[in-house]
Design a protein around this ligand. Sequence first.
Ligand SMILES: [Zn+2]
Length: 103
Amino acid sequence: MKLHAEDNVMVIKGRDRGKQGRITRVFRKEDRVLVEGVNLVTRHTKSTGGVRQGGIIKKEMPVKVCNVMLVCPDCGKPTRIGYRSLADGSKARVCKKCEEVIE
Ligand SMILES: [Zn+2]
């Protein structure tokens, strides 16, 4: 999984194409991420026992990682992610457009 929580991504496919948002959750096994304000579904709920208000609520559903691209914090463009080995042996993600390391 190349994407992490808190990453900024842009949707490149589907109904929400062009939207940007922050990843709030990563589902590694499913290869899906939850992105703020993206892939909203409308749920009609009935009030049950007065705990939850009835009505329409909007809820985000996870999207496939292949449908989003990371937005590079340095150049601000949606980009593919590369990897670079650092001096200490660890790997860092890098932007393929500007070559900057992405935290
Ligand atoms: Zn960049």
